[in-house]
Write a protein that binds this ligand. Sequence first.
Ligand code: ADP
Ligand code: MG
Length: 347
Amino acid sequence: DRSVHQIQSGQVIVDLQSVVKELVENSLDAGATSIEVRLKNHGLDAIEVQDNGKGISPEDFETIALKHYTSKLSSYDDLNSLDTFGFRGEALSSLCALSNFHITTAREQDGAVGKKLDFELSGKLKSASVSAAPRGTTIFVENIFHNLPVRRKELEKNIKREYGKALGLLYQYACVSVGVRFSVSNQMPKGKKVVAFSTKSNTTTKENITNVFGAKTLLALTKLDLYLEMAPSVGPSTQSARNWSTQATNRSLEVHVQGHISKPIFGEGRQAPDRQMFFVNSRPCQLPQVSKAINEVYKSFNVSQTPFIFANFVMDTNAYDVNVSPDKRTILLHDQTALLESLKNAL
Ligand code: ADP
Ligand code: MG
């Protein structure tokens, strides 16, 4: 039973990036306006995410790390109008099974008395003890994958690349989260803490981008503000589309593309995927086809470099499906071909 739980957990938490993603999304869901991500030894020794969000209610201590516990989904209908990132209740339970895991939390309502929560591998609460803790929640994930030796070895071997991937995702959250201060640091065992980047509680995505990538990037940015309108598609193209959004197909699709795009500044030889950031309704995601389409437009003007892109595709939630992968990073656009055509023309 324990090993089944471990294997399932290993499918939710696959790498360093997914740890960071789940924890940051929980902090955002908790309404945090300040999120500090502290990695020790690039995350191998510890991943700590501290927020100033609403904290965890004592009533939830027993259940919070149990599988499928979530405080966020109240009815099936909510699945189609998700305004929180989480709803599966799998992240904390998985982290419990795969790391040395504990939480500190403190809430205004409880007189700001901090509690330290310790759990068994199964997610069962072991103890809740009084402990000094800042208001909000801090999640501590130590020695991730310590009980999956092969996975742990892989992570150790590729840690620089894995760290880079995690950082790339953090750029996305930091840039898109207006009003939220981010600070991301790494501390090597004998070294001092190095801040990878930090933002302030800025009021625009442009200011966030400047904080993350530097003022030079800002100089080159042009506002991206496109309205695309596409005819309704003939019919649902995939099984998933059929299941999730039968209504979407007989309406025309309107997409508002908001963001910033630069002059071509990245040489073709230099891969800079983390400088091309895509979002659907402000949710960070990977849209490699969109990236390819935009780069092709630049190429068609005989430009050999690729641009910096920050593009948020605002569209009806029926027009796509985020539930195709456990980490919700892969988004299935039901009308991708039409969207790409329309985007290319507009550019
Ligand atoms: P989900 O996000 O899908 O609900 P998780 O396993 O990520 O599931 O989290 C379980 C529950 O723990 C959440 O529903 C929430 O109630 C609580 N929680 C997790 N992280 C935080 C946090 N940073 N602040 C407040 N509550 C949190
Ligand atoms: Mg979550």
